[in-house]
Design a protein around this ligand. Structure first.
Ligand code: FE2
Length: 262
């Protein structure tokens, strides 16, 4: 057992190109970084919209231990019923009571209990319950677990930065997802929480946040909705690795690991 506990977090996987990149890149990156736990956001893995049980299993076979989601979690109709039967696949914890599935899981990895939590912001997204109080409730329900990671899926950078400060010293890491554009602010906050506003995506780099750029441009230029398809070509693979002190649960470091898969 090594002294630090390492978590690899892989950004939003977009469509088939994203899934193929995960299969190609993730095993290589895991061999290099030797993470004890790998968490991946899969909410755009099914054609850019949502996820299915089959795709979740495909991503878990490729090396993801836990899968998080966000506002697109219910896009594939069958997933509403599939989700409760899936081990280690989360939807945002701050969905109102009665929503299928769960937003928190405790997993055992390399002799450690690790809490993984999924939250969703409310700015420019569906107006669900308060993510800050949902985080409080999740942590209160799991006392004594030192190592924890929170995927804060949100549009607004301000809301993610605020969550980083709110959970600083209370979780090992807060990683932001949803915008598909990586930010350059990865650091360990003073209380010992590793933080990054957005990890980015695993998706086609020549589209608009993974979507075919022609359709997006037509929509911006004319205001008329066009069918969005996942873009093609080279895939950007964005991830962060977090090193955590096993005794204190405080983050030691957070580093970006970005690749391009042709
Ligand atoms: Fe999203």
């Amino acid at each position: 057992m090594t002294e630090d506990f390492r978590i690899l977090f892989v950004a939003d996987v977009v469509g088939r190109p994203g899934r193929e990149a995960v299969k190609a890149v993730l095993p290589v990156l895991k061999a290099e970084l030797q993470p004890h736990l790998t968490v991946l956001n899969g909410e755009n893995a099914a054609g850019g919209f949502g996820i299915t049980a089959k795709i979740a299993e495909e991503l878990q076979r490729a090396g993801a231990d836990v899968i998080t989601t966000g506002n697109h979690v219910w896009d594939q109709k069958q997933f509403v019923d599939e989700l409760p039967g899936l081990d280690r696949v989360l939807r945002p914890h701050n969905y109102p009571p009665g929503a299928h599935g769960t937003g928190v899981v405790v997993v055992e990895a390399d002799g450690q209990q690790v809490l993984v939590m999924n939250l969703m912001g409310r700015l420019y997204l569906p107006d669900i319950d308060d993510p800050f109080r949902a985080a409080d409730a999740a942590l209160a329900a799991h006392p004594g677990i030192r190592i924890s990671l929170c995927d804060m899926h949100a549009e607004a950078t301000s809301e993610k930065v605020a969550m980083g400060w709110y959970l600083d010293g209370r979780v090992s890491a807060v990683v932001g997802t949803h915008t598909h554009v990586p930010t350059a602010d990865a650091r360990v906050l003073p209380g010992g929480t590793a933080y990054v506003t957005d990890v980015g995506m695993v998706g086609p780099q020549d589209g608009v946040i993974g979507v075919d750029k022609e359709a997006v441009l037509k929509r911006f230029l004319t205001g008329i909705p066009h069918r969005f398809e996942v873009a093609e070509g080279s895939v950007t693979f964005n991830s962060v690795a977090i090193s955590i002190d096993r005794l204190t649960g405080r983050a030691i470091s957070i580093s970006r690991h970005d690749r391009v898969h042709d």
